[in-house]
Design a protein around this ligand. Structure first.
Ligand code: SME
Length: 163
């Protein structure tokens, strides 16, 4: 396995342009879903310097259960409809939260986290879970992140067949 290489560009569109093909290649040789999302969370953490926590919550019954992630110890279970992750899962919609203190019902895992983005992981319209990224700064995530993290979710979902 090659290492992930991205330039330290401030331009995040450029970071994703370099990163996405590497993620495709990372998951293409492996059919195990957990192995793939473990490596994808590590790659995202390495490439996105503004991220303090990144990981997957996977749908189990009516709850999201924490999966592979990079960062501090996190909440283990989140109900569908609860917090940013549970709301994104319920609505099957990407949520950008510039200030977590202003999100009703936000689930506080890390008291230092200030902004967040959550992207649903969908396979042919069926929810598998979500990808969650946190930052220690307000307003850390924008439409470039949303668009590209949805592509990451697509890469992961397509690679989930064999897992
Ligand atoms: N803040 C999230 C919980 C997950 S952690 O941030 C890792 C939420 O409100 O869903």
């Amino acid at each position: 396995m090659e290492q992930i290489k991205v330039s330290s560009a401030e331009d995040r569109a450029e970071i994703y342009r370099e990163l996405l093909p590497q993620l495709e290649s990372l998951v293409s040789d492996e059919t195990d879903f957990i192995a793939n999302i473990a490596n994808v969370s590590a790659a995202l953490k390495q490439a996105l310097h503004y991220v303090s926590w990144v990981g997957f919550y996977l749908l189990k019954g009516d709850e999201l259960v924490v999966g592979p992630f990079q960062g501090k110890v996190a909440c283990t279970r989140i109900k569908i409809g609860s917090g940013v992750c549970g709301t994104s899962a319920e609505q099957k919609k990407t949520l950008i939260v510039p200030n977590v203190y202003e999100f009703p019902g936000h689930v506080f895992c890390d008291p230092d986290s200030k902004s967040e983005i959550v992207v649903p992981l969908l396979k042919n319209g069926t929810l598998l879970g979500v990808i969650d990224l946190d930052s220690l700064e307000y307003n850390s995530f924008d439409e470039v992140d949303a668009e590209n993290l949805e592509r990451v979710a697509g890469i992961v979902a397509r690679a989930s067949d064999g897992g």
